[in-house]
Design a protein around this ligand. Structure first.
Ligand code: COA
Length: 328
């Protein structure tokens, strides 16, 4: 039994942080940010709200769009590296907020690959037959972990959430067909948030040394991202007897337009078959793919039978690609 996506939804905060705004905060300019990343603006959640606030909105929209009640949800899987708190999970907060009284819920942290990890995890529960309605959400409040005095980082990230409802399909030619997912922990040194975990609990020193902010070696991450996404995309379509031309829409992780266009060239897909919205939201980590998928669906760029590949790369390193045939 394959999982099919029966609803998509996304939520982004109203507050915009534009390149012009950033020019007033750090030594940068619109031209540098646009040419290096393609990003024009990002959304920022209010300081007094947590990631679950955005995930709640997405879960409510999914339930409303599908015309079901929250009590029908069997499982909530939330992909995030920026939960409201370490304990309990953000998915527990969402379960309570939307009053999904008959479900269980857990978080997955796989960095920017979190959504596709969660989607494949959910598809296994669908295949096993017990859970019939699973909410999968990618959500991040990265503004809480970005140093707005560090021009290397603060131009890249934003806040947002997106998600899907996964249900059993009746026809195996639709739904999630195949995937390749990978992890290589050697990448931990290049993209991390050092303090606040069990190896380096919060202290006056960790705060004064700014160790609660994200760190990355941008050049290394860039190289691995292009290679990881290209390799898994090409191997995935090949093992399914497809060529790039057979893919109707490619929805890559939206980290940086240069990564997306470098991958596009290597896999041989024209720009009109690649979903891009990084200019509007920046990198929202686990949320980029479900936000992009939801927007693509709303813009009628997805129709029944379309072959779609989702590809991500993120902290860990984690990466991979998923092949699905759209069912609705
Ligand atoms: N504005 C202006 N100048 C900036 C800047 C900014 N916001 N950020 C960095 N610079 C400067 C650097 O200090 C450096 O100056 P120097 O040469 O005087 O030292 C110069 O610009 C070039 O920096 P560099 O790091 O070589 O730029 P780059 O071409 O590698 O682009 C990234 C930087 C971060 C945009 C790029 O490496 C990248 O996109 N990496 C992948 C990041 C990513 O997507 N991560 C998440 C993956 S899940």
């Amino acid at each position: 039994m394959r999982g099919i996506i029966t609803a998509t939804a996304h939520y982004v905060p109203d507050k915009r942080l534009t390149n012009k705004d950033l020019e007033k905060m750090v030594d940068t300019n619109d031209e540098w940010i646009t040419t290096r990343t393609g990003i024009k603006e990002r959304r920022i959640l209010d300081q007094d709200k947590g990631a679950s606030y955005m995930a709640n909105r997405v879960a409510e929209k999914l339930i409303e769009k599908r015309g079901i009640s929250a009590d029908e949800i069997d499982l909530i899987i939330l992909a995030t590296a920026t939960p409201d708190m370490y304990v309990p999970s953000a998915s527990a907060l969402v379960q309570n907020n939307i009053k999904a009284n008959n479900c269980w819920a857990f978080d997955i942290n796989a960095g920017c690959s979190g959504f596709i990890y969660a989607l494949i995890t959910a598809s296994k529960f669908i295949a096993a037959g017990k859970e019939k309605k699973i909410i999968i959400i990618g959500v991040e409040k990265l503004s809480a972990y970005v140093d707005y005095e560090d021009r290397n980082l603060c131009v890249l990230f934003g806040d947002g959430a997106g998600g899907v409802l996964l249900e059993p399909g009746e026809d195996d030619q639709y739904g999630i067909q195949d995937y390749i997912l990978r992890t290589d922990g050697k990448g931990a040194q290049y993209l991390n948030l050092k303090a606040g975990g069990s190896i380096m609990p919060a202290s006056i020193a960790t705060v004064s040394n700014k160790l609660h902010y994200l760190y990355q070696d941008g050049k290394i991450v860039f190289k691995f991202a292009v290679k990881g996404i290209t390799d898994t995309f090409l191997r995935l379509i090949k093992q399914n007897g497809l060529i790039a031309d057979d893919i109707d829409l490619f929805i890559p992780h939206q980290a940086n337009y240069r990564i997306i266009s470098a991958v596009g060239e290597k896999i041989g897909l024209p720009a009109e078959k690649i979903m891009v919205n990084v200019q509007k939201y920046g990198n929202t980590s686990a949320a980029t793919i479900p936000i992009a998928m939801s927007e693509a669906y709303d813009e009628k760029r997805i129709k029944k039978g379309d072959k779609i590949v989702l590809s991500a790369f993120g902290a860990g390193f984690t990466w991979g690609s998923v092949l699905l045939n759209w069912a609705k």
